[in-house]
Ligand binder design. Structure first.
Ligand SMILES: [Mg+2]
Length: 214
């Protein structure tokens, strides 16, 4: 089979701040809970926890990886429970048009998130799109080693029977965009806050721009 250049077969979406607006404040609350968890686990003040975990997360990819691989932490489920309480999705409103938008994109759709499945399911239900994705791949699926590690993208593509060349990846963080580009894939940055205009990525400010750029 000859693969047409630029042919798209699938869309691989990030979840947080990609499928919903960063204006929901969800991320801010999650980060506050992460800082509180780290402060308590390490027995240090919150402002100090904030600084060292940011540095650790930068080196390892996520805060949890840093805790596990450098700080001897061994209870990921307790971590997820603390930072993703059951009512965490209260700040995310239903998006009555999102399902329609996704339906209008004639490609297989999946989710690759560095969060745990229970969080992903809550968000997808709140947005009203829990039935729009062929599969959701979470951080446990990737053995807690998520994006931007090459294996995180590749394992998911293989499981879904997809290839980098024909799968477009959409995420709101430049480091994850770079990770997918490094594998030779097409990646689109959702840059709602117009913070990354100078990075040269293909970018959108809203998911509703997807039909016109794909
Ligand atoms: Mg995100």
């Amino acid at each position: 089979m000859v693969l047409l250049q630029g042919m798209i077969r699938a869309l691989m979406f990030d979840l947080d701040n990609t499928l919903y607006s960063e204006k929901t404040g969800m991320e801010i609350h999650v980060v506050e809970r992460i800082n509180a968890f780290v402060a308590s686990y390490l027995g240090i003040p919150i402002h100090q926890a904030h600084l060292i975990r940011r540095e650790g997360a930068r080196r390892f990819g996520t805060t949890l990886e840093w805790l596990v691989f450098e700080k001897g932490f061994s209870d990921p489920d307790a971590y997820f429970q603390a930072i993703h309480p059951e009512d965490e999705a209260d700040c995310v409103p239903l998006d009555p048009l999102l399902g329609e938008l996704l339906d209008s994109l004639p490609y297989e759709k999946l989710i690759l998130t560095n969060s745990p499945m229970e969080h992903a399911q809550r968000i997808l239900r709140k947005l009203g799109v829990q039935d729009r994705f062929a599969a959701v791949y979470d951080i446990r699926y990737n053995g807690l080693v998520g994006k931007p590690h090459p294996k995180a993208y590749l394992k998911v593509l293989e499981a879904a029977g997809l290839e980098v060349e024909s799968t477009v990846f959409i995420d709101d963080l430049p480091k994850y965009i770079r990770g997918y580009q490094a594998l030779g894939g097409r990646a689109i940055l959702k840059d709602e806050g117009r913070r990354f205009l100078d990075l040269g990525f293909e970018r959108i400010e809203s998911l509703y721009e997807l039909p016109k750029v794909l």
